[in-house]
Design a protein around this ligand. Sequence first.
Ligand code: PMP
Length: 409
Amino acid sequence: LKNLGDLPVLPLPESFALTAAYNEDSFPNKVNLGQGVYRDNNCQPWVLPSVRKAEETLHNQQVNHEYLPIAGDSKFLTKARDLLFSPEIGSSENITSLQTIAGTGANHLAAIFCARNLHPKNVFISDPTWDNHHLIWEVAAPNVTRKLYPYYEPSTRGLNFEGMLAELENSAEENDVVILHACAHNPTGIDPTKEQWKKIAEVVGRKKLFVVFDCAYQGFASGDTDADAWAIRYFYSTLFAESSSLTPAGMFVCQSLSKNFGLYGERIGALHLVTPSSNSPEGAKAHLVQFVRAEISCPSLFGARIVQTVLDDAELRSKWQEDVRIMALRIKGVRTLLKLELEKLGTPGDWSHIEQQIGMFSFTGLSSAQVQELKEKHHIYMLSNGRMSLSGLNESNVAYVAQAIRDVL
Ligand code: PMP
């Protein structure tokens, strides 16, 4: 490169570009169904009451602003780990945890570690997926080939489970990485059933793949954080038991606390590494610590303090669980509202998938041309792949959105 000016201009990631365009739009009835953030019934940001309470507690404690250890706050990490793996896991010596810059930082750290220490040939990514999976692996692990495994089947608007399993069975080699969404798959809103998870676990264990669970929506699938951790707990307890003959090369869980605590901008998350019982985790931990030191030196305080304060206090914790339920149920509620409105208008097609899909999103089946028209004609913003972030809907705008969808079909 001779001149900095020769660098091509790259487009902004779509969800951020949509939010910027939405903010500039002066149309009074505009609707933002783009970015994956929770909104209350008035389509406003919601600070969880349990989080507000923790903020007050911290304020009264007159906390200081010292550096954290490189791996993060150990009390926070124990709470975050138990939230995923359950408090009953005991000493769990084969789990190593580090605090990260939200779920994105956890994914990034996992990718760097895999690329530099594990040297997989391929990383298998669901088709489709959260777009940042591709960018993260492209930037952090350029020598690892990105391969797509079938996930969404347009004809059934469901999971292409046979295709997914066949791709892992036939194309993945020992040590290859497979990224799995722990629950509330982004963007499709479709998760494997428990029986399907068991079959996936069997394949990744038998083929000695390296599992990367991305867990960004714990609580949003069912409203219950324990139920939503089922797949992670199943993989952990069966594949990594000492008696298991099907142990994968290892397992990362990338934990985002952005959505289930409403702490989006505070950038709080964790990365948990599960090592096979025959392997010491010490070397892996030292390498992860070194990457963190090089990138951020040590993680940030505020989000960790909030999460730790909420989870450490029985009363606050149950208040938080109720807050999570409120978010999940509101989104479930607008799914039904939208489906009913579409049916009321006699909109062509079957809209039951909107109600059946789970989590924050609906993969509507709208084409990118239809999405474009929704934006230009009706000031409704959503991703061009047809993903709708449902929390932008409420009782006041759902009829408008349904009418607009009817119009563009
Ligand atoms: N993974 C998935 C699948 C996501 O959808 C997101 C957020 N959109 C993340 C990870 C990361 O979220 P954050 O960095 O905000 O915690």
